[in-house]
Design a protein around this ligand. Structure first.
Ligand code: GLU
Length: 302
């Protein structure tokens, strides 16, 4: 079993992150497998090296040790470019020159947008560009994103897609690791049908970053041999798209365990922007790592 924790270093770790990290750490440790740490920092405008260092320090303090070197995504942009080249060569990507204002105008003109998991579904303006205009704008160096042509992508994979959901959480910390639970039996979990079309023509390479979360996360899970993806329920809709990318690329299909989200005292989801308390604030206030781990597992869950 290979699991991973894949935070984006846009701030300090809080209990919600720890909840995710424990999930992957414990499942790997119980199974005698490997637990990887991956830093998802392709958004260089929002990510900071000092947060990467702080994440590592907090995980060490919590005793959530990881195996092998840390993969830092921003150091591997050529890997993602190679995947994009492959998809482009198969006619599954197209350049999108639209600004936010262009998209808003097109959406209004068509009488409103369908909402997808990542926001309003792109109206397809640049998919319909005449080839000559597309080539001219590319030659002129006009900034562009790369979008997946969803209709073509769906045609390129056989039949409906499913992922396998293990569900449930590992038992809370405190007891010894149960080594008699050696990972996951073949065929375990429940099959969940995917609806990647809900994303529409999703961006796989942004204008400002030559990659995207969806592309990098699926590429790296495959490259690193991750067999069980543990992450919060908030990312469940993304899994539908990730299965499509795996199918398109011929990447192996990991199992998934989406864990419930932590709720703050106000009953709202914990998040960095909600100003939830960083782990280091607990630490500075004298809390023990065990107390913080227990809190992360016991706080009210959505
Ligand atoms: N980097 C993502 C985040 O911090 C999580 C990626 C994942 O677990 O798939 O939200």
């Amino acid at each position: 079993m290979v699991t991973r924790f894949a935070p984006s270093p846009t701030g300090l770790l809080h209990l919600g992150h720890v909840r995710s990290a424990i999930e992957g750490w414990r499942r790997a440790r119980v199974a005698g497998g490997r637990f990887l740490l991956r830093i998802e920092d392709i958004d260089l405008g929002r990510c900071r090296p000092e947060f990467t260092a702080a994440i590592e320090e907090d995980l060490r303090w919590l005793g959530l040790s990881w195996d092998g070197p840390v993969r830092v995504q921003s150091r591997h942009l050529p890997d993602y470019a190679a995947v994009l080249d492959g998809l482009r060569g198969r006619g599954l990507l197209y350049p999108c020159f639209c600004t936010r204002a262009d998209v808003a105008r097109a959406v209004t003109a068509q009488g409103g947008a369908r909402m997808g998991p990542d926001g309003p579904v792109y109206p397809g303006t640049c998919r319909a560009l005449p080839a000559a205009e597309r080539a001219r704008r590319l030659r002129a160096g006009e900034p562009h994103a790369l979008r997946l042509d969803m209709a073509r992508a769906l045609q390129a994979v056989p039949g409906p897609l499913f992922y396998r959901e293990l569900g449930g959480s590992m038992p809370a910390s405190g007891g010894p690791l149960r080594r008699e639970t050696p990972g996951v039996a073949p065929g375990a979990g429940r099959l969940v049908r995917c609806d990647p079309a809900a994303f529409g023509d999703v961006v796989l390479a942004r204008k400002d970053v030559p990659a995207s979360y969806h592309l990098c996360v699926t590429h790296d899970d495959a490259l690193q041999g991750v067999t069980l993806v543990t992450r919060g329920e908030d990312l469940r809709p993304s899994t539908d798209l990730h299965r499509l990318l795996q199918a398109l690329m011929g990447w192996p299909e990991p199992l998934y365990a989406h864990h419930p989200l932590l709720l703050g005292p106000d009953g709202q989801r914990l998040s960095k922007s909600a100003g939830s308390r960083p782990i280091r604030a607990w630490r500075e206030a004298g809390a023990s790592p065990q107390a913080v781990l227990a809190l992360a597992e016991s706080a009210g869950v959505a």
